[in-house]
Design a protein around this ligand. Structure first.
Ligand SMILES: Nc1ncnc2c1ncn2[C@@H]1O[C@H](COP(=O)(O)OP(=O)(O)OP(=O)(O)O)[C@@H](O)[C@H]1O
Ligand SMILES: [Mg+2]
Length: 234
């Protein structure tokens, strides 16, 4: 049997999805979390790589903030969210001493950490690796894309809010933007207080709230991803 180091820790991943946005607080980590839960619901094995070094939020959303990563011969072992080990998570949040402490990494140190994050996590076989990123296009994105580029298919989801586009479009900004960029529009997630609450409490929204307004949106987005509708980065 080949070891992970010989084959590379990312070679067992079938599809990588970057989650991006221009502005902060638009729902990237929410989409990353719910997408992972919905993909698991469809029987897929999912990893989440949280490269938001300043505000890692996924550990809390999945209620694993108190867990720790540890090292093995081939790299970091991610935290498993469930007993069946169908969702694994690597976040800088696990490397911080105080759970809510933000790290201000700069330049080369940040790039090195991200590249290490990307290459040194022992993901094993995954159907999808979801990469949650900070807002904008900064060092984190460049480092992550550089490190992930050899591992195709590499797709991207751009998260936006209608408000972000009000200067351009009065409503349906995301849909208009997708048409403009000639990429598939995956869907619109309504504001849903039950979703906010379930994220705060680290509940499995997909399992617990099938009647909630945001539920069909996540299921439809997930189905399109399963159908291979994701825009590919070049
Ligand atoms: N559809 C929704 N309905 C209700 N609340 C939502 C929805 N989407 C996101 N939220 C809430 O909005 C807040 C911001 O979402 P989230 O953390 O996912 O954004 P983000 O883009 O990852 O932010 P950052 O840029 O800081 O990483 C969270 O408190 C989340 O619970
Ligand atoms: Mg976030």
């Amino acid at each position: 049997m080949e070891t992970a180091q010989e084959t590379g820790n990312l070679t067992g991943i079938r599809q990588i999805i970057l989650v991006l946005s221009g502005k902060g607080g638009v729902g990237k980590s929410t989409i990353s979390t719910e997408l992972a839960l919905a993909l698991r619901h469809s029987g897929k094995k999912v990893g989440i790589l949280d490269v938001d070094l300043c505000g890692p939020s996924i550990p809390r959303m999945l209620k694993v903030q108190d867990k720790a990563v540890h090292q093995c011969d081939n790299g970091w072992v991610p935290v498993f969210v469930d007993q069946e080990q169908t969702i694994s998570l690597m976040s800088v949040g696990f490397l911080l001493e105080k759970p809510d402490e933000a790290v201000v990494w700069r330049g080369p140190k940040k790039n090195a950490l991200i590249k290490q994050f990307v290459s040194d996590v022992v993901w094993g076989d995954l159907d999808y690796l979801i990469v949650d990123t900070p807002p904008g296009t900064s060092d984190e994105h460049i480092s992550a894309v550089e490190a992930l580029r050899p591992y195709k298919p590499l797709g991207a989801i751009l998260v936006t809010t209608p408000q972000e586009c009000t200067n351009l479009f009065s409503k349906g900004g995301g849909e208009e933007l997708a048409r403009h960029a000639k990429v598939p529009f995956l869907g619109c997630v309504p504001l849903d207080p039950q979703l906010t609450k379930s994220l705060e409490e680290g509940q499995d929204f997909i399992q617990e709230f099938p009647k909630s307004p945001a539920f069909p949106a996540f299921i439809s987005i997930t189905q399109q991803i399963l159908d291979g509708m994701l825009a590919q980065t070049s």
